[in-house]
Design a protein around this ligand. Structure first.
Ligand code: HEM
Length: 512
């Protein structure tokens, strides 16, 4: 606060004593400094512990995305009280970091009515109706409409689409082994999840195994490029001013043409299905078929387009990442892989060699392997909520005002020895029912928690299993000279957990 007052005084002095360009410069600095630092007393005044706030980044560490997301988590959780809770500054905005499992449960589940929201996030006018970014009543209404489309019975209908794409994956990997003697795991699984989301959410046959340069694949890849050039400048503005600021709204969006590509792709399919009366067993169709009691469609065309693109943005890389780490864990833990092979062989034999929906669901050891992979390598490092009303943290006299951003760690909770002894060891038996019962319900958060958790958790797990079974029933995964020993070293500047170097390489050897 003293710093802010001094900077305003400095602007005043500069205004009186210096020539015009310098005056403008000094005054601008004074105003920026004042705006950036005026909340620095926020957490100390509430009695919340945390790291010192410092100009310009807000806290001593710097901005996680320019420094390291992963190291930031260690820094705040281990050194500044984040394991329980602490306050820090995201640039000029106060954020509360909560690692205590009871508090996480209070925020995400018990007192959810205070925390139905996330911060406003959308960078493009085109996608303001996405479930992920909706808040308040609009979120509640849309989530209620969409939830039934993710039920087990509806998902069962998508089994064949997943299976076709998984068979293509297995063939592609065979081909890669013949050509190169190893597989780029991220590239292969990325093609699978791309095709699977394209067919399940957009009704499009993308076939990126054959044509990685299709219009669809090219535009999809661009969605995931980090902002550069003008995009980076716009991104900084979004962070500084918050998305609803009129200035941000007026800046042209460099990704607009990509968004429009997907908008057009979904619109074309909707028009085709409605005019020709054809349909397919996919999410697009399920969303089109959600009708109210009078038989009118509940979601507008624009909302359906928004949800389809959202599925792509949040479903493509997360699932590919899970597959990458699962394949890596199996290749580096041969005993676990042997147990998975045995289970696949015996369950498929009971189902006449057919990879049916029921056969997938019967593979309980594989399920534990995937759970343990998600524990040790959760694709999303943390989750977020924003308070919509003033809230007193249970067991304290600290009241946080409406609008406070809450960050909750996923990676750090999963690797905390107090929750998982010897946490870096890969051990699927941690997920035996009797072991799960011993743990706090919020000690496992790969899909978030409470009513705002991942709506597609079952689908994500299902497609992951289908892909792994299709691959492993004919292959054994082995490390190559390029595969690092466990635990996998991480690329630290990504919010999505990523192996160092972006991928890893494995061998897929044909089983006898
Ligand atoms: C392994 C794969 C996946 C992981 C690890 C994952 C993880 C997550 C996490 C951590 C959240 C935030 C939850 C919270 O704040 O409590 C989330 C939200 C969401 N996910 Fe997933 N996800 C995955 C796959 C998918 C897929 C395939 C889709 C769509 C087809 C999807 C759709 C969504 C949506 C729509 C939300 C927002 C829900 C809402 O705000 O109501 N996710 N996911």
């Amino acid at each position: 606060m003293i710093g802010a007052v001094l900077s305003l005084l400095w602007s005043l002095v500069a205004w009186v004593f210096t020539p015009v360009p310098l005056i403008v410069l000094a005054a601008t600095f004074g105003v920026v400094y004042y705006l950036a630092t005026k909340e620095y007393d926020f957490w100390p005044s509430l009695g919340v512990p945390g790291p010192r706030a410092k100009f310009p980044w807000g806290n001593e560490f710097g901005l996680p995305f320019v420094s390291s997301f992963v190291d930031f988590e260690d820094w705040i959780y281990d050194k500044h009280g984040g394991k329980k809770f602490c306050g820090y500054m995201e640039l000029h905005k106060p954020a509360l970091y909560v690692g205590d499992l009871d508090l996480i449960r209070a925020i995400c589940i018990k007192d959810f009515e205070f925390f139905t929201d996330r911060r406003e996030l959308v960078a493009s006018e085109v996608f303001t109706e996405m479930l992920f970014v909706l808040n308040g009543k609009e979120w509640k209404r849309t989530r209620a409409v969409m939830s039934p489309t993710f039920s087990s019975s509806k998902m069962k209908n998508m089994h064949q689409l997943c299976l076709d794409n998984a068979e293509n994956l297995s063939k592609y990997i065979q081909g890669e082994m013949k050509k190169k003697g190893e597989i780029d795991v991220k590239d292969s699984f990325g093609r699978f999840t791309m095709d699977n989301i394209a067919s399940c959410a957009f009704g499009v046959n993308c076939n990126s195994f054959v044509d990685p340069d299709s219009e669809f694949a090219k535009n999809a890849a661009k969605l995931f490029e980090p902002p550069g050039g003008y995009g980076a400048f716009r991104f900084m503005f979004v962070l500084l001013l918050g998305i609803s600021h009129p200035l941000v709204r007026r800046l042209p969006d460099p990704q607009d043409y990509i968004n429009k590509f997907f908008q057009n792709a979904v619109n074309r399919t909707i028009t085709h299905r409605e005019t020709s009366g054809t349909s397919r067993k996919d999410y697009l169709q399920l969303l089109l078929e959600t009708k109210d009691k009078d038989g009118n469609r509940v979601l507008s065309d624009s909302s359906i387009v928004n949800q389809a693109v959202l599925f792509f943005i949040v479903g493509y890389d997360t699932t590919a990442t899970l597959l990458v780490f699962a394949a890596y864990c199996l290749a580096t833990e041969p005993e676990c892989q042997k147990a998975v092979h045995d289970e696949i062989d015996s369950v498929l034999e009971q189902h006449g060699g057919q990879l049916t929906y029921e056969a997938v669901m019967e593979m309980t050891y594989l399920d534990r392997v995937i759970s343990e992979t998600l524990r040790l390598y959760p694709p999303a490092i943390r989750m977020e909520r924003q308070s919509s009303k003033d809230y007193t943290l249970p067991g304290t006299d600290i009241t946080i005002p409406a609008g406070t951003i809450i960050q909750m760690p996923i990676l750090k909770v999963h690797r905390d020895p107090d929750h998982y002894p010897d946490p870096m060891r890969f051990d699927p038996d941690r997920f035996l029912p009797e072991e799960k019962e011993k743990r706090h319900p919020c000690a496992y958060l790969p899909f978030g928690a409470g009513p705002r958790n991942c709506i597609a958790m079952r689908f994500a797990l299902f497609e992951t299993k289908v892909a792994l079974i299709a691959l492993l029933r004919r292959h054994r995964l082995e490390p190559t000279a390029r595969t690092p020993p466990p635990p996998m070293p991480l690329f630290k500047k990504s919010f999505l957990l990523t192996p160092e170097g972006g991928t890893t390489f494995l061998k897929a050897v044909a089983r006898e």
